[in-house]
Design a binder for this molecule. Structure first.
Ligand SMILES: Cc1cc2nc3c(=O)[nH]c(=O)nc-3n(C[C@H](O)[C@H](O)[C@H](O)COP(=O)(O)O)c2cc1C
Length: 345
């Protein structure tokens, strides 16, 4: 981990997607390590699951569930694999992944490239240590209406047995039609079907876009509460473009990392208000420090997830965030992380 400052220039000399593939290949060669032990101050219980600490790996890093054990070994409290679609698919044409180094951001238009649910199923196995969520989506040619619902139901049926939780991803900007599933009627129909397919377990989380207007936020919150979803992940990448410096700033796709921070925090607050604190929230978008994680927790998140900051800060970031949280909590008068959730005015 201490080597990351030395390795980063090597990785940054490669195009972003090659660097990512090289990272996955290297991780696969490493021993898995032990998942984090429950931290007495930071452990969180949510949806019947015992999270050893609140810092999770967001979906998209380990799409095909190849290195979740190694990532758990870095200290993540949980790892979300996927997005996995029922059938394998190639995704969009390359180049489709861009580092915005000057902005500490990323733009991607990968389009759910993945090897499919069956391949991941074998790797996930039934018994393991550490919490692993499985993020599911629809294949590109099925991403609207009844066909989309059928793909999500197929995903639930295929992956429920190997997932500690399932995430319904209707918020990727790179699959045409997908985000329309966030509309009130479409979402109610989708969630009813998913919850029926899920039966008693595992918990189901819904991942939403940060690009929703106030009316849409209310509709999504209502539908999630009515359907009995277990938590909301707020949220995915944004199609909006705050002011950016990088030469790649005009690439099409979803923006993540530091430039997403303000929007993601604002949306988290909106969803906290819209759900009246009745639905657990998981924050993602631009989290790159313990202070960022603490802001989200006070704004109502029970857990956080990150991806882009790993690119810039390296694998030591996970333990740094947890250590910083443990310093910040007593300084603000909280004995445990649970005490701090949603305490911001
Ligand atoms: C390269 C890349 C690929 C991603 N792929 C997925 C995906 O397959 N499914 C998904 O739900 N989110 C995906 N995301 C979104 C992240 O899970 C996360 O919600 C978003 O990047 C905001 O967090 P961050 O700013 O810490 O990166 C991806 C993000 C990046 C940067």
């Amino acid at each position: 981990m201490a080597l990351y400052p030395l390795l980063r220039p090597l990785a940054f000399a490669l195009d972003a997607e090659r660097a990512h593939r090289a990272t996955i290949r290297t991780l696969k060669l490493l021993p898995a390590g032990r998942p984090a032990a429950p931290d007495p101050v930071l452990a969180i219980s949510l949806a019947g699951l015992a999270f050893p600490n609140p810092v999770g790996l967001a979906a998209g890093f380990d799409k095909d569930a190849e290195v979740f054990r190694q990532m758990l070994g870095l200290g993540f409290g949980f790892v979300e694999v996927g997005t996995l679609t029922p059938r394998p698919q190639a995704g969009n044409e390359r180049p489709r992944l861009f580092r915005l180094t000057e902005d500490k951001g990323v733009i991607n238009r990968l389009g759910f490239n993945n090897k499919g649910q069956a391949a991941a199923l074998a790797r996930l196995g039934r018994r393991r240590e550490g919490l692993v969520g499985v993020n599911i989506g629809a294949n590109k040619d099925k991403a609207s209406g009844q066909a989309a619902i059928a793909d999500y139901v197929a995903g639930v049926e295929a992956m429920a047995g190997v997932a500690d939780y399932l995430t319904i991803n209707i918020s990727s900007p790179n699959t045409p039609g997908l985000r329309a599933l966030q509309g009130r009627r479409a979402l109610a129909a989708l969630l009813d079907a998913v919850m029926a397919a899920r039966g008693d377990s595992p918990p189901v989380f819904l991942k939403v876009a940060p690009d929703l207007d106030p009316g849409e936020i209310d509709d999504v919150a209502r539908a999630a509460l009515d359907a009995g979803v277990d938590a909301l992940i707020v949220g995915n990448t944004t199609l909006s473009r705050p002011s950016l410096k990088s030469p790649h700033r005009s690439e099409a796709g979803g923006l993540s990392g530091a430039p997403l921070k303000r929007l993601a925090l604002a949306r988290l607050r909106d969803f906290r208000k819209a759900t009246g604190g009745e639905l657990p929230l998981i924050a993602a978008g631009g989290i790159e420090s313990g202070a960022d994680a603490f802001d989200r927790i006070r704004a109502g998140a029970s857990l956080v997830q990150l991806y882009s900051a790993l690119v810039y800060r390296g694998p030591g970031l996970v333990k740094d965030i947890n250590a910083e949280l443990k310093r910040l909590l007593p300084r603000h008068g909280f004995a445990t992380l649970t005490d701090a959730i949603g305490t911001a005015p």
